[in-house]
Ligand binder design. Sequence first.
Ligand SMILES: NC(=O)c1ccc[n+]([C@@H]2O[C@H](COP(=O)([O-])OP(=O)(O)OC[C@H]3O[C@@H](n4cnc5c(N)ncnc54)[C@H](OP(=O)(O)O)[C@@H]3O)[C@@H](O)[C@H]2O)c1
Length: 277
Amino acid sequence: MTGGGGPFQDRIALITGASRGIGRALALTLGRGGATVVVNYKKNADLAEKTVADLEEAGGRGLAVQADVESVDGVEALFTTVQEQFGRLDHFVSNAAAGAFKNIMDMKPHHLDRSYAMNLRPFVLGSQHAVRLMDDGGRIVALSSYGSIRAYPTYAALGSMKAAIESWVRYMALEFAPYGINVNAVNGGLIDSDSLEFFYGVPGMADQATVLDRIPKGRAADVQEVADTIAFLLSAGSEYITGQTLVVDGGLSVVAPPFFADARAPLSLPPRPTWDS
Ligand SMILES: NC(=O)c1ccc[n+]([C@@H]2O[C@H](COP(=O)([O-])OP(=O)(O)OC[C@H]3O[C@@H](n4cnc5c(N)ncnc54)[C@H](OP(=O)(O)O)[C@@H]3O)[C@@H](O)[C@H]2O)c1
């Protein structure tokens, strides 16, 4: 199947960690829009090839590229492949992440070093490479999370890197605006993916049902809902947005104690009013 004039026709996109989860959903979304997508992965070659097959079926073109972005050489090799295969880039999405979920007092220096090397450095080094391959209209998006602005058990190493990502987005927006390149972040709340199950298995975390109950929308996000937000930031419609973090969390970050669910009358929410009430 060929693209047929979709919104991402003739665009070249690189997504780190696109074999699964949000990265895969975004690869398929861009593929449906006619893009050529470089599907980066670390271990799961079969899943990456499946993403490529599915996005090609949807109308795009794909290339699976193994590279461990935790290493400086891995990031460089990934972008060298993009340069050799396509000679340019329109969209760079820094999506892959991994963390040691530990209480602060249990963290060793290597946990701190790896958290930086895995979660922040690939975004900064990758953006340096991306800018060299982008023309006016280039777009960079990084994935952040709820832990960048709120604290909860065992997430410090990763949450602090996400906060740094949001700060870097502002600095990059400033320095890359003269090149015509926009830089933004998407901050996800609870998202229904492999990592959600893993995370709520960590000792010390509240159970998933309790946290879901605190979300005004009453549920986790689907990966597609996050992918759609990233796609918007890559699209022509977001031309005047740069240096921002778009929060996709069903309202989780705007609620504060006392939660309506905890409070007694008269703070509890009344039933939904009707036209006649
Ligand atoms: N899921 C959530 O609830 C949630 C909430 C907020 C924010 N986020 C953020 O959204 C992003 C995506 O999360 P996700 O849950 O969709 O991810 P995921 O399902 O856990 O998938 C992780 C992806 O990253 C790849 N990856 C892992 N380590 C890598 C490395 N060293 N080099 C290259 N690729 C690597 C994996 O490749 P392999 O398949 O080869 O291992 C896989 O494609 C992350 O930045 C995360 O922090 C997620």
